[in-house]
Design a protein around this ligand. Sequence first.
Ligand code: COI
Length: 356
Amino acid sequence: MEISIRRQQPRHLKPHPENESALGFGDIYTDHIFKMDHFDGSWRNPRIEPFGPLILSPAAMVLHYSQTIFEGLKCYRHPDGRLALFRPRENFKRFNSSAARMAIPLLDEEFALRALKELLKIDGGWTPSLPGSSLYIRPSIIATEEHLGVRPAREYLFFIMLGPVGPYYPEGFAPVRIYVEDSYSRAAPGGLGNVKAGASYASSLLATEMASRKGYTQLLWLDSVSHKFVEEVGSMNMFFVIDETVLTAPLTGTILPGITRASVLTVARDLGLKAEERALSIDEVLEAQKNGRLKECFGSGTAAVISPVGRLCYRDEVFQIGDGGIGEITRKLYDELVGIQYGLIPDERGWVEILD
Ligand code: COI
């Protein structure tokens, strides 16, 4: 399919951020957007056009029944100036499994990646070069059909937008504080926990806001059935280092299958560390903390990269992890992963895709 291109008028092009070290997350967008419609049973009209507001009917089904999915990946600038994507096919694969779960028509994954690369040919120059910053890529699909009956929509919009970002958390790579949530739930078995659906994020807002008022950056969700087993944070998967073993919860359907999570497991094993996916109760984690066996704790995600956790709060008791600083294994995994993404370390696994 031919992608049509309508460029922004030069006088309307936005200035790029001047101070890359002041970049936050998710506030600035580039000049162009990729869009494609789905109607009459197929995806049509792929196009790149100036970034701007969407025109939607107030009856658009996404506004009522939240039939929407998204992805998050990044474009990195290497020291030689070239641009690189990290495992982008994994994102479009996960996008399609989210689509299947949300009764949204599937995309041709190769075409979606080609569309992204075309968009980056136009707006890739927005990719910052400061280490730790990148161009965040947000593909999304929304149900646009004007209809109020509850059923899958018959019309959709797929779009990809881009924006330069710095650290996701204001703390940067400094340790964050996490509140263990034991009454609200994020995802139930058979629900939306393993797909990137807007609805799962909406359901997390109230409890996260309550924790934030107590001074915590994020929530650690426990399983929704027994409220015993650690799951994920919402913006990150969670890892615990107990003794010398790197542990994370298994993908049983209520946890997002993070691409950074999978990469951390591979890198950890390649570095000679023991890494396991297994059910881990909050009691086991806190018992290990009390015995001095819980050495480190960190989260992983595209936006958050690897984020050390300095403190956990559970039922109003605060537990410091290690010395509250950045653990040795956390730093090693961060350096290795970020090194590969930013082209500072050779990519031996074929994870990096250099753009021409
Ligand atoms: C990401 O890591 O890209 C995410 O999607 C997490 C969050 C920003 C929603």
